[in-house]
Design a binder for this molecule. Structure first.
Ligand code: FE2
Length: 309
């Protein structure tokens, strides 16, 4: 019998959801976004995706191979979608699950990447993979470092490429391969989400339909002391971050990672304070350094201090 993924309504207690996630490595949250939020978010995405080129180039040919050339991508979503920045990024269920799973291993967790993937017909089965493999330098075993998810922004079916997930694989040795009957298909209605640990095997399914696009969004969070896949500071600039709720600002990495309580230190400071405290006063379209340099130091005919050594 083929593997299945447990469905839990998003209204269930956070503890129930977290327990299922820790047990199976993945769980589907039904009604993760209500229909009004889903429609509003999709309306924001429509023109942005219409302008996306599926044959765009990437950093490395392996990335092109991984995503294929039938997918329209949208990254830096917090910079272009109010619904994402204000409501989805700090979604209470994301926060509750991350508090439990990632909270014990960092001072705070942050957004790793937020990426819409609109997979067209003829998209191929993605290689089954573990998202946490991006931090391959991390020795094993290690605690959970990532909570990831795919939000269905359209109905996910076996035919249009619903995400394939291997329940229980978060406990497997790295080199164990999944047999066909161990792979579950995350079929779910638009607005639901499959949430999974970074250690769980999964991959986008093949889209065998003639004309149906499978729009989904990958959102993942990681320990606040890890380098993120998406550079949020440049993806979502201060002028936009300033308009977001404080929790979203923190999740985008604009808070220092303060681990002093466990003998660690401050990561990500600006001028030795948390950048979030400077958002209202220091960052604008000019660099803060420009604004601080006294006018007289910029006079062209006078030696600069650095030149006088
Ligand atoms: Fe993935």
């Amino acid at each position: 019998m083929p593997a299945t993924i447990q469905h839990i309504d998003v209204s269930a207690a956070g503890e129930t959801i977290t327990k299922a996630l820790e047990s199976d490595g993945a769980v589907i949250l039904d009604h993760f976004l209500d229909s009004e939020t889903l429609d509003r978010f999709n309306a924001e995405l429509d023109p942005l995706l219409a302008a996306a080129d599926p044959e765009r180039r990437f950093l490395n040919p392996a990335v092109e191979w991984f995503f294929g050339d039938k997918t329209r991508h949208l990254s830096a979503v917090a910079a272009s979608s109010r619904t994402f920045g204000h409501e989805i990024l700090p979604h209470p269920i994301y926060m509750e699950v991350c508090d439990t799973i990632l909270g014990p291993h960092c001072a705070d967790y942050i957004l790793n990447i937020a990426h819409v993937l609109d997979r067209g017909p003829d998209s191929q089965q993605q290689l089954l993979h573990r998202d946490e493999a991006v931090w391959a330098h991390l020795p094993k075993p290690h605690p959970d470092v990532q909570v990831a998810s795919i939000i269905a922004l359209a109905d996910f079916t076996a035919e249009n490429g619903a995400t394939r997930v291997v329940p229980g694989s978060h406990r497997w040795p790295k080199d164990r391969e999944a047999s066909t009957d161990e792979i579950a298909i995350a079929e779910m209605n638009a607005g639901s989400a499959v949430i999974y640990l970074g250690s769980a095997l999964h991959g986008g399914g093949p889209n065998s339909t003639a004309s149906t696009r499978r729009r989904g969004m990958h959102v993942s969070y990681c320990l606040g002391w890890l380098r993120t896949e998406e550079n949020q500071y440049l993806s979502v600039p201060p002028d936009v971050v300033r308009t977001l709720p404080k929790r979203s600002q923190e999740l985008l990495g604009y808070a220092a990672h303060d681990a002093l309580a466990i003998g660690g230190g401050y990561l990500g400071t600006v001028d030795l304070v948390s950048p979030i405290d400077l958002l209202d006063s220091r960052f604008d379209s000019r660099s803060s350094r420009q604004r601080q340099v006294p006018e007289e130091r910029n006079r062209p005919n006078e030696p600069r201090q650095e030149d006088a050594k």
